[in-house]
Structures are given as C-alpha cells and as structure tokens.
Design a protein around this ligand. Structure first.
Ligand code: SAM
Length: 283
C-alpha cells in the first residue's frame, strides 16, 4: 500500500510534504479545519486549514523564542497576553516564569483548545488548567481593542494571515495592542518565514514602526516552518529592552531557573543579528 502524505501548499509554486504514519484526527471546528497526524520525524503534527501549526519535535524552538526573549528582556513581566496559541504550547512556556502573575490566552476557536487538551498533552501539559491561566474565547483584534487590562508582554501566536488570522496582521490590530500594552511593555509576533513571505514581514514592521518607538524583528529557524529562519516581530516604546545586556539576561535566566532546549541568553542576543536581506526588508 502506498504511503499517505500531508502536503502543505502555503506558498505558490512550493509544496512541502510530510508522510502520514498515523492519521489521528480530521474535522472542522467552528472556524477552521483541524488535522492531526503522526510523522516518524516530527511526532504529532497539528495543521489548521492545511497549514502546519506545531509539531511535537520542534515546538520547543518556537515557543521558547517567542516567550523567553520578551519575558527576560522585560524586568518584571507580571501580566502576559497570548493571542492565538490554542495549542497551549506558548502559555505552557510562559507559566515557567514564576514572576508572571497571570497569562491571558485570547483564542478565537474553543475547538482548538479542546482538541489540544485531548491530543497534544506533550505540548500544552496542564497549562490550560493552571490557576494563573485566564482563557478568553474571542477574536484577538476585538479583545485588544476593548479590554481594560494592560499587559507587560503581548505574544501574538497566530496562524498565518489567512482566514481568522488575517486581522492579526493589520495596522488596526497593532494599534489596539499598542493601546493595551502597559508602559515599558513589549509585543512580539509570529511573522512568518521572510525568505518565503518577505512582504508580510516588511508590512508588519512598517506598521509597528509607525506606532512604537522601537520596532524590528529577531530570528530562529524552526524546521517545520520551511524556507529558512522564521521572523518574530518586536515592538516596544522602551528602546533599551532590545539592548538588554548579556549579564543581565544571564542573571534573570539563572534566577528564573527554567529548563530550555533552544533558548540561552547568548542565543537571545544573537537572534537580533539580521542577515543583510532581512535588514533590507525591515529597513
Ligand atoms: N505556531 C503557529 C504558527 O506559527 O502558525 C500558531 C499556532 S496556534 C495553533 C494559532 C492559533 O491562532 C489557532 O489556535 C487559531 O485558532 C488562532 N487564531 C487565528 N486567528 C485568530 C484571531 N483573530 N483571534 C484569536 N485567535 C486566532
């Protein structure tokens, strides 16, 4: 019997495939098509609307870099908001910071949370049930525009700018996040693979630059997001955050005593060193 393959067609003219060694689920939630399968190399793979969201094998890279870079650059992150993040991997990483008093997860699709609790325990652990976790089922754009809460760190862990995720790449959304960011706070965003999605990154950083004193991006290569390093948007009014020194990062990392498999303070600093073609993209 021939192999069964998942084929991602996110990019015109470029398809990537993963062999389906064990199909676990296929179905529609209120907002999206969910698929879950096992692949010998990547473990469990979650896809939404035919796009890889997270895999057991390499989720640590993405979640560690979108969590520990902003939280350790910020002196005292007490209130954190994760927009999207329905697989629970981001809040699981945020909750490792004992100084964080509350993490608010704003997820548009309750079905993704229910599904992840059932099938992706290796990624979310019991983060959804942690007493510090506050789950809000809503469009991240609407929540950011209307909440009275203020956040020290906002992590936008969204799908790509298609379907419900499109709103989370708009100027209106970045304005809303600027509104609910506490003084000295920082917003970071999942901003695609610049080699494959250059216009997406350029547009996001340009929109952030119009709203924040310091806007740019940093990088990490996540194998299951094909095409080279992934970019993470960075936006804050405190320009000093990005330049947090290695010894300060190291002492904060040591006192947080968090186990990581990718993040180190030196990797944190190096992640902001951009290759020329990405520097040219973000200006
Ligand atoms: N790591 C993945 C990536 O880089 O593409 C993202 C993972 S996470 C599963 C993405 C989540 O964003 C999904 O659970 C999806 O339901 C959620 N989402 C999409 N649009 C949203 C919106 N407008 N407001 C809140 N959540 C949204």
């Amino acid at each position: 019997m021939s192999d069964d393959w998942f084929e991602e067609t996110l990019y015109p003219g470029v398809h990537s495939r993963l062999r389906i060694d064990r199909r676990l689920y296929q179905g529609d939630s209120e907002h999206q098509r969910l698929e879950l399968f096992e692949n010998d190399r990547f473990g469990r793979v979650l896809t939404l609307n035919g796009v890889v969201q997270t895999t057991e094998a390499d989720e640590f890279i993405y979640h560690e870099m979108l969590t520990h870079v902003p939280l350790l650059a910020h002196a005292r992150p007490r209130e954190v908001m994760v927009i999207g993040g329905g697989d629970g991997g981001m809040i699981e990483e945020v909750l490792k910071h004992r100084a964080v008093g509350r993490v608010t997860l704003v997820e548009i699709d309750a079905g993704v949370i229910a599904f992840s609790k059932k099938y992706l325990g290796s990624i979310c652990g019991d983060a959804f049930d942690d007493p510090r976790t506050n789950i809000v089922i809503a469009d991240g754009l609407v929540h950011a525009e209307t909440t009275d809460d203020r956040y020290d760190v906002i992590i936008v862990d969204s799908t790509d700018p298609i379907g419900p995720g499109e709103a989370l790449f708009s100027d209106r959304f970045y304005r809303a996040c600027n509104r609910c960011l506490a003084p000295g706070g920082v917003m970071v965003t999942q901003n695609g693979v610049p080699f494959m999605q250059p216009a997406e990154l350029a547009k996001s950083v340009s929109a952030m630059r119009a709203l924040f004193a310091d806007a740019g991006c940093y990088l990490a290569a996540v194998p299951s997001y094909m095409g080279g390093s992934m970019a993470f948007g960075w936006a804050t009014d405190d320009g000093a955050l990005r330049a947090t020194g290695l010894s300060v990062l190291q002492s904060r990392f040591d006192s947080a005593s968090i186990e990581t498999r990718y993040y180190t303070p030196a990797v944190h600093q190096a992640a902001f060193a951009l290759p020329r073609f990405i520097q040219d993209l973000v200006g």
